[in-house]
Design a protein around this ligand. Structure first.
Ligand code: PHE
Length: 337
């Protein structure tokens, strides 16, 4: 068999020059130098060749081998250079915008609600999430072992309460203990708003979570009446849910307020809930026992308190059907707000 050495050399040169990637270049190398490549094939045919042919083919094969190796090294350098070029800093390429984060919808809702009350003169206060039975229950007129504790189902901690022998600390099940803490520190008149996380061992589903947020309100002065409470909450609902909001105060029971009520509203801003009464908060006049536990003496004080669930309000306002979406951290959900 005879080989056109010059033609093969031209082919190797063209193949190497047109290899556009390191993988393509490796394919070129294998085509000539690989086990099944052209050069080994040339050597394999030497056995049946004449002495003169052997010399010519041997030299030709060796030339092709050297040429291929040289071209591959050279082409590799060129390709590496072009890869670097892509990485290099090009001032003319438009910049990549970094996504700007937003406040979580729960924080936004807390801010909006607190803003409304701050405009009416309320001051923001915060209480601890780890509480004692005294603040979460007893001071709020929920005696030890009283069945009404069941409605504020509670996570108890292993940690012992340093102030009550045999009792354990707990995760607060509502923000109402904040009322007592504020009253212990300050004398009336006062108007405070207490936002924060609360915990209840509820089975998680679309409308229940073991952790959620509440906003507590407390106003104490002389001669505060239920009419003041109604007036204030009406002003809040009109400002927050729209001036055409409809409200009703439904009698209810809380151990720490007397009388107590729940507030239901109808608002056009609740998508798909037109004409439905939706409960948004609990409220009432502060029970004398709570003033007593907070250390207020005499009869001259009166006040009201209210508490609302932040997730519930955000869900109603934004038409969110599942409370779990607040904690799943799916950016597609979060960036809508
Ligand atoms: N703490 C009550 C709850 O979690 C709400 C409430 C607060 C009711 C203040 C009346 C007064 O359901």
């Amino acid at each position: 068999m005879t080989w056109d050495i010059e033609r093969i050399k031209a082919e190797v040169t063209a193949d190497a020059a047109s290899a556009g990637s390191l993988d393509a270049l490796e394919a070129v190398r294998l085509k000539y130098l690989g086990k099944k490549g052209l050069v080994p094939e040339m050597y394999a045919g030497l056995g049946s060749a004449s002495a003169e042919e052997k010399r010519a083919i041997g030299k030709g094969a060796n030339d092709i081998k050297v040429l291929t190796e040289t071209l591959v090294v050279e082409r590799k350098a060129v390709l590496a250079l072009s890869v670097k070029r892509v990485d290099a800093f090009d001032v003319s390429i438009p910049g990549v915008c970094r996504g700007v984060g937003t406040k979580h919808l729960i924080d936004q809702t807390i801010d909006e609600i607190c803003d409304v009350f701050e405009c009416m003169g309320f001051v923001i206060q915060r209480g601890p999430e780890i509480e004692s039975e005294f603040y979460n229950f007893s001071a709020l007129n929920i005696p030890l072992d009283h069945p009404s504790r069941d409605s504020f189902d509670t996570f108890y901690l292993d940690a012992k309460d340093p102030d009550a022998i045999g009792r354990h600390l707990l995760l607060r099940s509502h923000t109402s203990p904040g009322q007592v803490r504020v009253m212990q520190k300050h004398n009336p008149p006062m108007a405070v708003i207490i936002p924060g996380k609360v915990y209840r061992p509820d089975a998680v589903d679309a409308s229940h979570s073991f952790m959620f947020h509440q906003i507590e309100g407390l106003l104490v002065n002389k001669n505060v009446t239920f009419a003041d409470l109604k007036g204030l909450l009406t002003a809040f609902c009109k400002k927050y849910f729209g001036y055409d909001v409809k409200m009703r105060f439904r009698p209810h029971f809380f151990p720490f307020t007397e009388p107590s009520a729940e507030v239901d509203i109808q608002s056009n801003i609740f998508k798909g809930r037109a004409g439905k009464w939706l409960e948004i908060l609990g409220c009432g006049m502060v029970h004398p026992k709570v003033f007593e536990a907070a250390g207020y003496q005499g009869q001259e004080h009166s006040g009201f308190a209210f508490g609302m669930g932040v997730e519930r309000i955000a869900m109603l306002k934004h038409g969110i059907g599942d409370i779990r979406t607040f904690v799943e951290n799916d950016v597609r959900f979060l960036k809508q707000f």
